[in-house]
Design a protein around this ligand. Sequence first.
Ligand code: ADP
Ligand code: MG
Length: 609
Amino acid sequence: MSAPPTAPPRLVVGIDLGTTNSLAAIRAGKVARVLRDRDGEALVPSVVCFHPDGRTLVGREAKRLRLTCPDRTVFSVKRLIGRSAAEVGAEAARLPYPVVAGERGLPRIRIGDATLSPEAISARILQQVKANAELALGQPVAAAVITVPAWFDDAQRQATKDAAALAGLDCLRILNEPTAAALAYGIDGSKDGTVLVYDLGGGTFDVSILRIDDGVFRVLATAGDTHLGGDDFDLLLADRILAALPGGGKAVDPFVLQAVRSAAEGLKIRLSDAVEAELTLDLGPRGTASLRVTRAEFEAAIAPLVQRTLDCVQRAVRDAGLRLDQIDETVLVGGSTRVPLVRERLRALLGRPPHTEVDPDLAVALGAAIQADVLAGNDRSLLLLDVIPLSLGIETLGGAVQKLILRNSTIPTSVTEEFSTGVDDQTAVELSIYQGERELARDCRLLGTFRLRGIPPLPAGLPRIAVTFLVDADGVLRVHAREQRTGVEAGIQVVPTYGLSREEVRAMMLDSIEHAQADYAAREAIELRNKAEAMVRGAQRALALAELPPDQTYAVHKAVKALERLLAGPTDAAALRAGCDAVTQATATIADDVISAAVTRALREEEGR
Ligand code: ADP
Ligand code: MG
């Protein structure tokens, strides 16, 4: 007899798909490690060169061709992914390769006669990372967790997933880079607290403030600079190298520039360990540059740039509603945080040293690997983290949507709110669940409808119906309603993103921005009508209950009738407001406060609906 064959464990890697560099990592047992290529290198420069000779080069070889083959070497494609051609206009103008508007207003990169999407370029990078990982593991890799900046919107996240699919990878989850970094530093959600993640990469700077409560990571605030990073440090040193060339480096060709940029980056990296560095750059017939740079000189040059990052840190902390001394942990991410001045300045600002135990350029991938291991089913102790792309809510009286879960909420998440009936003796309510950013149900997407029956017949506004929205770690929404007095319940399950393409999600968001003002007015009108109707009901109910002198009864009655007439016509916000005020006034003059109590109660219940 033989033992039943056991399925080999599914390999899920974590991938940091960076603007400058990308890499993969895996966790086996309790240890996460990065996966290296045959030269021992973990980082794959996020550069793809479509060489005129027909080869496609990815990574280090492509990076070497950036300046000599500028119109066919694509880098920083992360700046374009998931955005429209119009949005990336300014960004594209800075790039040496041509970016054009393609179908549906999406950006395309033109290489010779071909046009390529940013997703396709990212897919080439991911393929290279995948190939390196497979070589290191000796097994095929089919699935991954891929990280993105915390501020990436849904379209950018979806585009990243599309890139993964093109590369033959099943993207099990998109994870926020700062969350991944925190995980890599052992901040796994087991302890509540506030974490500042300082990420200085090649061309971008991001600072994020995370809040951890009961194992759920929330992004409280982000700030940063999309054009500030190690590349800027390189340029400052490149200027010095050029100045050391014969003729002060004027009128140099792309080959020289490429060599100078590479030498500048090398010099910068050496200055992270040494207090001075020498360089002799022999450019053959174009001359030789010899120079010595001290760390002090380098620091003086980059100090204003470092100060800009600190200003962002202070802004992010402020935006999070915190003070610097309320930050529990600070972690460093990104290759440029190896620069000693960055660490020193940050330490001075915070009053204590930031965490530096993890290699800053590997941290995000290592954290993604931890999440990947969880998703592979090997670790059940960690919660799964993600955010939902569009707000979720229910339709209330008059066609407005009350949002229970806001877009970008971290999942899993759950929210409960209390509602009531709109008509006396109503024994059933229909709950319609909508997704979208617009204020009115007709402009949002209907996800599902269900009925709650068996509500006790009570005056409108008295039944207390608790509606709970719960989005689980896989993005599945469960909606549940319960009448609190009787305990009758009903519910439904929906998958909110099902059937929505990236373009549709984008379109819905753009739509909501475009219509924000008109929507707001329409919603306000609905709310005003609801309020007026509740006033009428409350006053009528009170009139029936209270024994009032005839003149007072008449005054209230008259005000209520006037308001009813207004409600019968088209909404005139100013007149409605005046009508409500008249009812309030008529009821306020009554010594016995029974009416105002009834009206106030009706209104309070109305607000909770
Ligand atoms: P990204 O997140 O933008 O993809 P990385 O985190 O990989 O980028 O950071 C890349 C940057 O880090 C480059 O500008 C690189 O020169 C810089 N860098 C890497 N190692 C060092 C070092 N030892 N000292 C200073 N800068 C470094
Ligand atoms: Mg990075």
